[in-house]
Ligand binder design. Structure first.
Ligand SMILES: *[C@@H]1O[C@H](CO)[C@@H](O)[C@H](O)[C@H]1NC(C)=O
Ligand SMILES: *[C@@H]1O[C@H](CO)[C@@H](O)[C@H](O)[C@H]1NC(C)=O
Ligand SMILES: *[C@@H]1O[C@H](CO)[C@@H](O)[C@H](O)[C@H]1NC(C)=O
Ligand SMILES: *[C@@H]1O[C@H](CO)[C@@H](O)[C@H](O)[C@H]1NC(C)=O
Ligand SMILES: *[C@@H]1O[C@H](CO)[C@@H](O)[C@H](O)[C@H]1NC(C)=O
Ligand SMILES: CC(=O)N[C@H]1CO[C@H](CO)[C@@H](O)[C@@H]1O
Length: 683
């Protein structure tokens, strides 16, 4: 392959005796041997063929690459800051087609040290406490996830960020053909894209252009009147930052020109390093190459033998391992081939959703038209899978009209495949939290769902010979069948996470906002902790919002605190979801809210059992008049916002926000079973 590294040059004027460059300019056509002139931090690295890989497609990492010398934007003797012009080529290769994250940014920063920054929506540039402070960061973001907190317009946009991750201006990614026709451009499509950013300090104007070619378009995608002089300090570093969250992409920079003396040259895309192919694709290419180049009899024979060996090895690989103890397990055992066929080979197209527990695919069982949902769980610990398998027999025996029925399972190496009934109306969270849901649930539907969740949970707790603790009760795990009845999903799966790779750490499984406070201390799951999470679901059913709403007013941030305050002030009906237009049964609404508050009490002794909760909801016995003081005021806020556990919990909060985005990102999915984010209690 052609060596694409050309050369780097920088004209450095030493205006004083300091090593900093006025009128900095440099050119990288590929980054081979450029290590001394670049400062890479986080997971960023230079690939063998000379591309900067800011991040691989692993979850929740950040990577930065800055030019090692600072640029002087305010040279002595000049009143104005200097203009700059840059062109760079990038490629974003998501882990799953169309499901990548979070994006990258061209950044100008007072420091090369961004070690305090966060991944996910912060793109490795800022942390949550720096937001809204004057931190002198300027960035042009190339963002591939729609984030609510920062009011992103979509999951494929270019934005200008000044001192904050909330863009001052943003537009969907696109480019202009020479005849001024605008064409859409997918940032995470995997193709090489060139970007040009030009700032003219005399005109106070910043222009951003994009194109999948070497040619600089005449028209700007973004043109923004702005005076950057308050932001650009005397010495600033220029470079790139990228991050991943629950969704992940590999972010590559393939070439970069920067110029403070004039317009940056465009990059010849054909001379840039090629993006390293994913492993799978590489293999294909090699096979194609061998066949294409040397078609001779001997090669044919060899390939025939190779194909035979490959076939046998593959056949063996696809075979599922059966152990004696697995044979007496209750639910139907599918073969791996059957499930592979049912999901069209686990194609991304069939992906309904995914999270910490694994991916969920839509499928159709062979010889039947029954649609199913196939959950594929990979687990790092063999022991964990082994222990969990014994659970399956019990889960398989659970049958209740308010549970999603497990139809069968399959095991292959570390992968566990669970086959569930398909729920045509998807998960409850979409109806409650989406801005434009398919349908606004009316009160009768809501009350019916509440009662369904309650009786499903009661069955888990008491209806079978052994108590089953759900451990991840939340709106996202309540699915709706064709008649809009509630069906609890994902029960029993938390067991799988009891034992992580490292047996000395205890893991708390669950989702922020639904986690009982005693759980974060003891880590021991109880039915009472399920009741706590059920309380959160009750409140969100009435209020139509999440337990923790990042965008809400500070006093409304934590749902349960807000409801409690309104209850005490005798204004409880103010919390009712406005979208119901006041059409509801007042006594039932108050019943559900009161029960929600009692279930949300910090002391497990105060919470009712599920049996009592069902009696209250069926109006078989009246709720006590008084609601015991929550004693939880601010506890969740504190957990989120201060204390020593700060960064960890902020990270957790962000995952929570992440998972919110996810449910919208794949909202064509009719049945999503999102899993919890698991939290390590750090001791
Ligand atoms: C780094 O930049 C300097 C000029 O500042 C140049 O002389 C040198 O060759 C560059 N280093 C590499 C490894 O390209
Ligand atoms: C945020 O970043 C600033 C400066 O980089 C640092 O001082 C602060 O400790 C960071 N905050 C958190 C919560 O990490
Ligand atoms: C836009 O940029 C200015 C600085 O020029 C900043 O003060 C302001 O907060 C930004 N607005 C938004 C909505 O981010
Ligand atoms: C511009 O060019 C493209 C292809 O080069 C063509 O498809 C499109 O119709 C043209 N648009 C106009 C307005 O001429
Ligand atoms: C910077 O601009 C000057 C003036 O237009 C030009 O001569 C030079 O080649 C440019 N350098 C780079 C690296 O683009
Ligand atoms: C609100 C909604 O989407 N309801 C659907 C639930 O599922 C049944 C069966 O697929 C549909 O007929 C409903 O329209």
């Amino acid at each position: 392959m052609a060596q694409t590294f050309v050369f780097i040059w920088a004209l450095i004027f030493f205006t004083t005796d300091r090593v900093s460059s006025q009128n900095l300019q440099f050119s990288f056509v590929g980054f081979k041997h450029s290590a001394p002139n670049l400062t890479l931090t986080g997971v960023a690295a230079i690939t063998n063929n000379g591309a900067i890989k800011l991040t691989p497609d692993t979850q929740r990492v950040v990577g930065h690459a800055f030019y090692s010398l600072p640029a002087r934007f305010k040279p002595p003797g000049r009143k104005r800051d200097l203009s700059f012009s840059t062109a760079f080529a990038f490629a974003v290769v998501p882990e799953f087609a169309k499901l990548g994250g979070h994006g990258f940014a061209f950044a100008i920063s007072p420091s090369r040290d961004l070690s305090h920054s966060l991944p996910s929506q912060y793109l490795g540039l800022l942390n949550s406490s720096q937001e809204a402070s004057s931190n002198h960061i300027f960035a042009v973001e190339f963002d591939t996830v729609k984030d609510f907190e920062f009011r992103d317009i979509n999951d494929n946009h270019v934005g200008i960020d000044i001192n904050s991750m909330e863009s001052n201006i943003s537009v969907p990614a696109a480019y202009f053909l020479p005849n001024s026709t605008e064409e859409e451009l997918s940032l995470e499509g995997g193709g090489v894209i060139q970007a040009w950013i030009d700032y003219d300090s005399d005109k106070g104007r910043l222009d951003v252009k994009l194109s999948p070619s070497s040619e600089k378009p005449k028209l700007s995608l973004l043109s923004y009147e702005v005076d950057l002089s308050p932001i650009l300090g005397e010495e600033m570093y220029v470079g790139f930052s990228a991050s991943t969250g629950l969704l992940a992409s590999s972010h590559y920079i393939l070439g970069w020109n920067f110029n403070m003396s004039g317009e940056a040259m465009s990059l010849p895309l054909q001379s840039l390093p090629r993006i390293p192919l994913k492993k799978k694709e590489k293999k294909k290419e090699n096979v194609g190459l061998i066949l294409g180049v040397s078609i001779s009899v001997s090669i044919l024979i060899i390939s025939f033998i190779a194909a035979l060996v490959f076939y046998i090895v593959r056949k063996k690989k696809d075979e599922d391992k059966i152990e004696d103890w697995e044979l007496d397990i209750g639910p139907h055992r599918f073969s791996y081939q059957e499930l592979k066929q049912a999901t069209s080979g686990f194609r991304d197209k069939e992906l309904l959703g995914f999270g910490g527990f694994g991916k969920v695919y839509r499928g159709k069982l062979p010889n039947s038209d029954t649609p199913v949902a196939v959950k594929r769980i990979s687990h790092e610990s063999k022991q964990g899978v082994h222990e969990f398998m014994s659970e399956i027999s019990s889960i398989g025996h659970l049958r209740h009209r308010n549970l999603v029925q497990l139809l069968g399972w399959c095991r292959r190496h570390g992968d566990l495949l669970l086959v569930y009934e398909f729920m045509p109306n998807g998960s409850l969270d979409k109806y409650l939290f989406d801005r434009n849901p398919k349908l606004v649930l009316n009160w009768d539907q809501r009350f019916n769902i509440v009662k369904g969740v309650a009786s499903g949970l009661l069955y888990l707790h008491e209806g079978w010979e052994q108590t089953v603790i759900h451990r991840d009760v939340k709106a996202g795990n309540v699915l709706l069948d064709a008649e809009m009845n509630a069906r609890l999903g994902d029960f029993g799966l938390a067991k799988l996470y009891d034992r992580g790779a490292n047996p000395t750490t205890t893991r708390v499984v669950g989702t922020l906002g639904y986690l009982a406070p005693e759980l974060t201390k003891s880590g021991k799951p109880t039915t009472s902790a399920d009741v706590f999470a059920f309380g959160a679901v009750l409140l969100e059913m009435v209020c139509g919002r999440r337990p923790i709403e990042a965008k809400a007013l500070p006093e409304e941030l934590v749902l349960v605190d807000w409801v409690w305050e309104k209850w005490q002030n005798g204004a409880i009906l103010e919390v009712v979801d406005k979208r119901m237009n006041g059409e509801y049964d007042e006594s039932e609404v108050v019943l559900v809210l009161k029960l929600g508050l009692i279930c949300s009490n910090n002391s497990p002794e105060v919470r009712p059992t599920m049996r009592q909760a069902v009696r209250y909801l069926e109006k078989e016995s009246p709720l006590p008049d008084d609601v015991p003081a929550l004693d939880s005021l601010d506890s969740k806020k504190r957990m989120l916002l201060d204390g020593d556990g700060r960064s960890q919990n902020i990270g957790e909060f962000e995952d929570f926000v992440d998972s919110c985005q996810l449910s919208c990102g794949v909202n064509e999915a009719t049945s999503t079973v999102f899993s919890s984010s698991s939290m390590n209690n750090g001791r």
